[in-house]
Design a protein. Structure first.
Length: 136
């Protein structure tokens, strides 16, 4: 069922992870140059994988358990990405000149929130199907 609310949440995650980090700066270095996801190979690969997992999860609507597991894997990937950003920001704060953290560092947080909302909706659908099966 592609018209469900979890599809909207997963599309938002795919847009957040697949497109937004390449237009919003992640941080500014000591020279004042803005760093985007396209400048860091590992970060761009992780963002692309997160977006691809969200899109792939949309098309697993027939098997809600696999969709739920795929979203959990995507959450773990985003937590890893968030941990990398925290590590990077702690290293940036120790510089002699002031560097700025960008709004792009919050993208994994928003992705995790929308993935949790999608999993909640998937769980609600699964419970509804199970309750209907009990009545037969």
């Amino acid at each position: 069922m592609i018209q469900r609310i979890q599809t909207i949440y997963l599309i938002i995650v795919a847009l957040l992870a697949g497109i937004l980090p390449f237009f919003v700066n992640l941080w500014s270095d000591a020279k004042g140059e803005e760093v985007y996801a396209s400048n860091e190979v590992l970060v761009s690969i992780l963002f692309y994988v997160s977006g691809a997992l969200a899109l792939w999860s949309i098309f697993l609507f027939r098997n809600r358990k696999n969709q739920f597991v795929m979203n959990r894997l995507n959450m773990i990937l985003n937590l890893f990405l968030l941990g990398f950003f925290v590590y990077r920001s702690l290293n940036l704060s120790g510089e002699t000149t002031v560097s700025e953290k960008g709004i792009g560092m919050l993208i994994p947080v928003f992705s995790i929130v929308f993935l949790a909302l999608a999993n909640r909706a998937i769980k609600k659908d699964e419970d509804l199907v199970k309750s209907v099966d009990r009545l037969r």
